[in-house]
Design a protein around this ligand. Structure first.
Ligand code: BG6
Ligand code: MG
Length: 213
């Protein structure tokens, strides 16, 4: 039997747009332009690493203390957005797919870098679909390190080789492969060309997909 591990941001919910808005507010304050294209580089990447990429784009240097402060500020704004999220923000097709997996007894876990995972799962009502949650609160190494997916498999009590990861970030696809798992990319073939299979979204997706890879 296969098990499924899902990234959260950009796979189950469109929280990537809130990350972007919050980082953009910081860039605006620091006086440089931060585009949606730049934001692609931050997907799947930890909060601190994201800040470092952002500062590199703006050619700005900060002390460790200033970085802590800037990351905390960004997170406060981000949390103000996600604390207003509703179940309507679950991406199309996701709930049907998760319901089917549950009805088939297929084990499911979250594998996300985000420390805000619990808040999003609670606000959107997605929590009930998952047997385990590996996230920024119980792992420390950021994707492409495989730690978060290996933790997901461990919490599910399954062999990593039986897991299929659903990911929207190139760093996440690499992390899945390094964990010895298969990866389904959600989004564009160009960005996710290392994935074993790429689909644009979950619309019409059924458990048949697990046999395709
Ligand atoms: C990932 C996002 O899921 O979580 C990244 O793709 C984000 O953009 C990372 O930086 C960490 O999230 P948070 O909520 O802990 O700042
Ligand atoms: Mg993601």
């Amino acid at each position: 039997m296969k098990s499924c591990i899902f990234d959260l941001d950009g796979v189950l919910v469109d929280s990537a747009k809130y990350h972007y808005l919050a980082w953009k507010a910081l860039a605006d304050k620091l006086g440089f332009v931060f585009t949606e294209k730049d934001n692609e580089r931050l997907k799947g990447v930890s909060r601190m690493k994201s800040l470092e990429i952002l500062l590199e784009i703006g050619k700005i240097t900060m002390s460790d203390g200033e970085k802590e402060q800037a990351a905390a500020e960004k997170n406060e704004l981000y949390r103000s957005y996600i604390s207003k999220m509703t179940p309507e923000e679950i991406l199309p097709g996701v709930e049907n797919f998760l319901k089917e997996l549950k009805s088939l007894g297929i084990k499911t876990a979250i594998g996300s870098a985000s420390k805000n995972t619990p808040l999003i799962l609670e606000r959107t009502g997605l929590k009930k679909y998952f047997d385990a949650v590996a996230d920024g609160t119980n792992v420390s190494k950021a994707k492409p390190d495989p730690e978060v997916f290996l933790k997901g498999a461990e919490l599910l009590g399954v062999d990593p080789k039986t897991c299929i990861v659903f990911e929207d970030a190139a760093a996440g696809v690499e992390a899945a492969h390094r964990a010895g798992m298969k990866a389904v990319g959600i989004g564009s073939q160009t960005v996710l060309n290392e994935a074993d299979l790429v689909i644009p979204n979950f619309v019409g997706v059924t458990s048949d997909i697990l046999q395709k890879i």
